[in-house]
Design a protein around this ligand. Structure first.
Ligand code: GLN
Length: 536
């Protein structure tokens, strides 16, 4: 029978609940168990696809086209759990289902209520992941205990032990023990209050994972155990990590979290095998080289807006024993400052995905500098579109070239909407989304990097390379090295005369893992390293 672990959080947000949940997944897999990961988000948006990255950070896209919370990126990087639309539910999606059923008359005249109708729908979403080939489902609850909008979710997970047996469920609560400088003390009261609130709802946590800046100490741990009604050894400390998020699973194992979970859920315990993961951490801690990569974007101040890109760059760094230093450059700044001075001393340029007009001209300046100065360039989604516009303007001599996203009147719309997007008015879930096959041109840098002739990558965009301009680009020397299988859509471009100039319409960052570097990030960092070595 599938067991269920529920991860809740208290005291403050941004405690790293997603990372902790993913790390629990890692350590259970390293014990030979088959894990499924899931996130429940209390906000009303049906999915995060319509939210600005300033609000919510990156939107993480799955193979099936689901636009999901960025924590699912952690799940994919830390575990082998397959993810789908069923792996991320929001309040909005749950309510939408219930309201649709009500309109269809499915409730047979009943008054439709939060309990039991909304909670039943939540329980169905959680229990739907159980199956004979799944040992453990780990469900993370977004938000913090005490949030009004989280209440139906907490109520639903409180009920689940009644349905499937308390012995098959485990409640893990993540809290913060802050250090008060003035008192020179760690404070356990916020944790006590948070657990009190959970218990008022009817949930007694089995395990507390306590985030701290400084060592918790036995005395504090015992105090928390007593006041929160958990066993002493079930208070697990998770100190801030010095080097990398990939240290988290190793830290949790040091406190015996794997054994604790196996015992509590009465799971068969295979031997623990963390060798590759420990090797990974060793490499992260002992880099032999260093490169600086400029990321020019619009959402640069938001730490999480390009989460998967930063992670994928790190993964390639790990593979090359290289510390990747990221220079974040606000695209609009390049409209005031010249690209040469902003990009001085960097070894590669990456322009990530994005939407809307702001900062576009700055990105074009940056790409021009990289193209003309043989600086390795990696364009992703919008980063490919600006590379196409730049080439049109400065190589093909089409001074007015643009994307119709930014200038509907452009005389040379080298990027535009194709027929199937032109009639769409609704915003949610209507982009070109999810895994799409792509055929690579023989002998291209892409084909060599992937060591394949056909690949599958995830998309999230509306605009495309305008097919009417294809021959002008190829005549001028650009290689259209990735096409959709029917040959109609340009999915990737490269410049054969440049050491490493690759831009892709898809999002390779979503498929990079710390121990399975994505070939394009790998190639990009290798090229940047080469550039660095020739420079120094
Ligand atoms: N705004 C562009 C489009 O919709 C690029 C999207 C992206 O970079 N994800 O096509």
């Amino acid at each position: 029978m599938t067991k269920h672990i529920f991860v809740t959080g208290g005291v403050v947000s941004s405690l790293g609940k997603g990372l902790t949940s993913a790390s629990i997944g890692t350590i259970l897999e390293r014990r030979g168990l088959r894990v499924r990961m899931q996130k429940l988000d209390p906000y009303i948006n049906v999915d995060p696809g319509t939210m600005s990255p300033f609000q919510h950070g990156e939107v993480y896209v799955l193979d099936d086209g689901a636009e999901t919370d960025l924590d699912l990126g952690h799940y994919e990087r830390f575990t082998n759990s397959p993810l789908s639309r069923e792996s991320n539910y929001t309040s909005g999606r749950i309510y939408l289902k219930v309201i649709q059923k009500e309109r269809e008359g499915k409730y047979l005249g009943k008054t439709v209520q939060v309990v039991p109708h909304i909670t039943d729908e939540i329980k169905a979403a959680v229990l739907g992941l159980a199956s004979p080939d799944v040992d453990v489902v780990i469900t993370e609850l977004g938000g913090t205990v005490g949030d009004i909008e989280g209440l139906p979710f907490l109520e639903a997970i409180r009920q689940i032990p009644l349905d499937i047996g308390r012995q098959n469920c485990l409640f893990v609560h993540l809290t913060l023990v802050p250090y008060l400088k003035a008192a020179r003390e760690l404070k356990t009261k916020p944790t006590q209050h948070s657990v009190q609130q959970l218990r008022e709802i009817g949930i007694q946590p089995d395990i507390l994972i306590v985030r701290t800046e400084r060592p918790l100490g036995r005395e504090n741990a015992d105090k928390i155990a007593l006041f929160c009604n958990v066993e002493k050894h079930a208070v697990i400390e998770e100190q801030d990590k010095e080097f990398s998020i990939y240290e988290v699973p190793v830290g949790l194992i040091q406190y015996g979290l794997d054994k604790l979970i196996l015992d509590r859920l009465n799971l068969p315990s295979g031997p623990l095998n963390m060798d590759d993961w420990e090797e990974l951490v060793r490499r992260i801690k002992n880099p032999q080289h260093e490169v600086t990569i400029a990321v020019v974007g619009k959402y640069i101040e938001h730490r999480d807006a390009y989460k998967s890109i930063y992670e994928a760059l790190d993964h390639a760094g790990i593979a090359h024993s290289t510390r990747v230093i990221i220079k974040r450059i606000e695209a609009e700044q390049l409209e005031r400052q010249d690209a040469a001075s902003a990009l001085a001393g960097v070894d590669g340029l990456l322009v990530p995905g994005g939407f809307g007009h702001r900062g576009i001209e700055g990105k074009i300046q940056a790409v021009r500098f990289a193209r003309e100065n043989k600086l390795p360039y990696f364009g992703i989604c919008l980063g490919m579109q600006v590379a196409v516009i730049e080439y049109a303007r400065h190589v093909l001599g089409l001074a007015e070239a643009n994307s119709t996203e930014f200038d509907t009147e452009s005389s040379d719309p080298v990027i535009c909407l194709l027929e199937d997007q032109r009639t769409i008015n609704e915003k949610g879930g209507t982009m070109r989304l999810g895994a799409q096959p792509c055929v690579l041109k023989e002998g291209s840098l892409l084909a060599k990097s992937y060591k394949a002739s056909e690949i599958s990558e995830r998309h999230r965009h509306r605009y495309e390379f305008n097919p009417e301009y294809r021959s002008r680009f190829t005549d001028a020397g650009m290689s259209l090295s990735g096409l959709s299988p029917n040959g109609t859509l340009v999915e990737a471009i490269e410049l054969p005369t440049h050491p490493w100039f690759v831009a892709v319409q898809f999002h390779p960052e979503f498929k990079s893992k710390p121990n399975l570097t994505h070939p394009l990030f790998d190639g990009f960092i290798a090229a940047a390293l080469k550039r660095r070595q020739s420079r120094v």
